[in-house]
Design a protein around this ligand. Structure first.
Ligand SMILES: [Zn+2]
Length: 469
């Protein structure tokens, strides 16, 4: 017992040491005053605070409309709007990989500068992400960001567990499922993502073991539960990762099915991340690949991805009218589902599935917000989904998700009011990422550098040549 106590004490000491070391680094920066800004706080009552003075000190919001410290840097907020940084609840990272034959000591042969992906988030005011298939590389990335050595969003890490003969983390028995969860916990993952090929008993054991070790579960509804979807709704199944997970359980996309799903989700407190954008994009690509090169931000993604989406696009390969018609029905189903969930008060959060073909990191979250409103959410509800509610699902609503004193300074300064026109979330004047201010010029410079690297390396990264890397 005493030993355990000592161990805990050492851990606490280590933790406080780390915190001190960090804050020392940030302290050297002067406090920043955002003067005369309109705040959309995204708190529960969400009353707009007009012409406010906001002071940022270190990496936190020090004060709103309180006496201003003497020596401050000033940002003119006149006519601008301050909202919390955005949260993308469904992304996939871009990782170093070995496309060819491997052998011990070889390591990867394709390397990506993850900062070029982080830049896309930052430029778009995405200050927190949930990686739904995280891997070891992400821990190092996250640590460098938190230390302040590089810039990027806060990263929540989910370990994906699948069944069958897939690659990756696989479990096909209840005991293996439980052990896989315990290992993921030990490795430092914070959430579990369940995937389609899990059988029922393994799925049930995973969700239960995750509950025991304090990890929330998000993911797909396993195919094994086709026709008995009710059995997926067990305690600690915290979120369904796509609206189409429900669509798969509905033969003809009827409203009666939607009502049934709403009740299951509500009773089990299972939230929804509908990922409306990715299905719309899949539909676009099934019709034609013309959309790809016109995507906002396309020039900023790695040339290998650009080439893959253009030359080896699974959504366009062998496409036909039947596929297009099915996807159109799916888009309609997703919208109706979102509306019904919203009406019933089942929380909806914003996720994009960024990294999927046609879904660009950072940029796509603004599409998702807009798509939520096109499905029927109000502008305010769509913003709540992408800020406070997402923070709450992650369990960090005391730290981010609103503009309030004491919260981390993850903020977007907008040139126009997003409550009036939701597309105004794209009118970014500047971004605070963990207290670090980037104005429009900084952001443009950062993105120009990314584009330059991509342009310079375009010929080196052809998808068909990937085995030669
Ligand atoms: Zn995904």
């Amino acid at each position: 017992m005493i030993r355990l106590f000592l161990k805990i004490l050492v851990l606490i000491l280590l933790a406080s040491f780390t915190l001190n070391a960090e804050s020392k680094k940030v302290v050297s920066q002067k406090p920043i005053l955002i003067k005369n800004v309109n705040i959309i706080p995204m708190t529960e009552d969400n009353r707009i605070i007009r012409n406010a003075n906001v002071v940022i000190k270190d990496n936190k919001i020090l004060s709103i409309n309180k006496p201003i410290p003497k020596d401050v840097e000033i940002i003119d907020g006149e006519g601008k709007w301050l909202i919390p940084g955005l949260i993308d609840m469904h992304v996939h990272g871009f990782a170093d990989i070995d496309f060819g034959e491997s052998y011990p000591t070889k390591g990867n042969t394709f390397f990506v500068d993850n900062q070029n992906v982080m830049a896309l988030y930052v430029a778009n005011g995405v200050t927190t992400i949930l990686d739904l298939n995280a891997r070891v590389d992400n821990f190092a990335q996250r640590n460098e960001i938190i230390k302040g050595n590089v810039i990027g969003p806060r990263i929540a890490l989910a370990a994906l567990i699948n069944g069958g003969n897939e690659s990756g983390r696989i479990a096909n028995t209840a005991e293996d499922g439980r052990q896989t969860v315990r290992l993921a916990k030990a490795e430092g993952y914070e959430f579990i993502k369940v995937y389609s090929q899990l059988n029922k008993e393994t799925y049930t054991a995973i969700v239960d073991e995750a509950r025991i070790v304090g990890m929330k579960v998000v993911g797909h509804i396993p195919n094994d539960l086709q026709g008995r979807v009710v059995e997926a709704f067990i305690p600690n199944f915290g979120m369904v990762a796509h609206a189409e997970e429900y669509a798969k359980q509905s033969k003809d996309f009827r409203d009666e099915d939607i009502n049934r799903f709403v009740n299951l989700a509500r009773e089990n407190n299972t939230w929804l991340s509908p990922t409306l954008t990715v299905i719309k994009r899949i539909l676009d690509q099934a019709k034609s690949l013309d959309i790809i090169s016109r995507l906002e931000g396309f020039e900023y993604i790695h040339p290998l991805m650009q080439d893959k989406w253009l030359t080896s696009n699974q959504y366009n390969k062998g496409t036909n009218d039947e596929r297009i018609e099915r996807l159109e029905k799916l888009v309609d189903f997703n919208n109706r589902l979102v509306m019904a969930f919203n009406k019933a008060g089942v929380p909806i959060v914003s996720g994009t599935d960024a990294g999927s073909s046609g879904v660009i990191w950072g940029y796509s979250l603004h599409d998702e917000i807009e798509n939520l409103t096109l499905a029927g959410l109000t502008n305010e509800e769509a913003l709540v989904s992408t800020t406070r509610l997402s923070a709450s699902w992650l369990g960090i609503e005391d730290k981010i998700g609103t503009v309030e004193e004491g919260k981390f300074a993850d903020l977007i300064l907008l040139d126009a009011n997003p409550l009036e026109d939701i597309r105004n979330t794209r009118e970014i004047s500047g971004v605070f990422v963990n207290g670090k201010w980037l104005d429009k010029e900084d952001i443009n410079q950062m993105m120009m550098n990314v584009k330059k690297w991509n342009d310079d390396n375009k010929d080196k990264y052809k998808w068909k040549d990937r085995k030669k890397f």
